[in-house]
Design a protein around this ligand. Structure first.
Ligand code: PBG
Length: 348
């Protein structure tokens, strides 16, 4: 806040002089007014930094609320097209699509992931037809399609790696054929980036980018997302044999190094705010485009506190986003994307 100079009495002036420090550096000088703060500001958030994750559901004209994510809805394909048009209008560069698959279409192998006419593929085609200027990112992992809610194929107690990778390649190709611009594998299987790159190149999709969820942690903060895509109720056990241990940091660098060797064009660190140190290390070490995913639980925390009147919603949102930029992120996947883009546009 800017405090205007106040008039002081002579005795106050004397007391002030007696306590005056002899300082050559007074960092507060650079904060004395809004224009001065703007002048020295190190990081800026722009709409170019925003990726908007959308949840898809069957039907037409359908928007269903998600209780644990106030303000976020699952959208039928036609509604997703409208959202894409809004995103384009707001200069949001790209969307990330996540389907809530009909429970009847889920099976142990996640076969629906390979259906050329599945919800995600239909959404890609519809959005590309109506809003061709927006980038489309699709998630590669089997959890929206498996009856057990895991990202891979389950044999006994184990999520089997190599067999899963073969299916993920087919899933990525299915999305690329539908028109996806960026394939984003979030499954954390070993070797999937190289296999997907080879699969894409073999079908002449060499311009399809790979944005790897290279450092993805086994996190409690994905809870609301699992409500959104309908896997919470079905998930058996947890994902700790493939997603990373939150206690590890060097391991993230090894994961990232492997994904870059195998052909990743861009990286995601996930979750976001609790892992700013990882974003910082990854960006400083590899200097590849690096994105933070401000996940569903982070969204829910801010919204829940704000709804209770416990913090200022807009300020908390903006502060959380600039923190990603400060840590070195090139952009953020965030459910706040449309409202933040709107705000940034109004301020211009
Ligand atoms: C699935 C996937 C998850 C998220 C994105 N892709 C959840 C999980 O791994 O269980 C989480 C996103 C969020 O919480 O917002 N592979």
């Amino acid at each position: 806040m800017d405090h205007p100079q106040s008039k002081s009495t002579p005795s106050e002036t004397k007391a002030a002089a007696a306590t005056k420090l002899e300082l050559t550096q007074r960092p507060r000088r650079n904060r004395k007014a809004e224009w001065a703060r703007r002048l020295v500001r190190e990081h800026v958030l722009s709409t170019n930094d925003l990726i908007w994750p959308l949840f898809l559901v069957e039907g037409t004209g359908v928007r269903t609320p998600i209780a644990s994510m106030p303000g976020v809805e699952r959208l039928s394909v036609d509604e997703a097209v409208k959202a894409a048009a809004l995103a384009a209008e707001l200069d949001i560069p790209a969307l990330a699509l996540f389907p809530n698959t009909d429970p009847e279409l889920r099976d142990p192998q996640g076969s629906e992931a390979l259906n050329a006419d599945n919800l995600v593929c239909r959404a890609i085609r519809a959005i590309k037809r109506e809003v061709p200027q927006i980038g489309l990112i699709t998630d590669v992992a089997l959890d929206p399609y498996t009856s057990h809610g895991h990202d891979g194929i389950l044999r006994g107690e184990e999520i089997v790696n190599d067999e899963t990778v073969a299916v993920l390649v087919a899933q990525a190709l299915n999305q690329a054929r539908a028109g996806a611009d960026i394939i984003a594998p979030s499954d954390m299987m070993d070797g999937r980036i190289g296999a997907i790159r080879a699969g894409l190149d073999a079908e002449s999709f060499e311009n399809v980018q790979i944005m790897s969820y290279a450092a993805k942690y086994a996190s409690a903060f994905y809870g609301p997302f699992r409500d959104a895509i309908g896997t919470k109720a079905v998930l058996t056990g947890d994902k700790r044999t493939y997603q990373m241990d939150p206690a590890n940091s060097d391991e993230a660098l090894r994961e990232v190094a492997l994904d870059i060797e195998q052909g990743a064009d861009m990286l995601i660190v996930k979750p976001g705010l609790p892992y700013l140190d990882i974003i910082c290390r990854v960006k400083e070490t590899f200097a590849l485009p690096t994105f933070a995913y401000q996940v569903s639980g982070e969204y829910a925390m801010i919204m829940a506190a704000a709804q209770n009147g416990w913090l200022d919603e807009e300020r908390a949102i903006m502060e959380s986003l600039i923190a990603f930029k400060r840590a070195g992120a090139d952009g953020v996947l965030t459910y706040f994307a449309p409202r933040v883009a709107k705000k940034l546009k109004e301020e211009r």
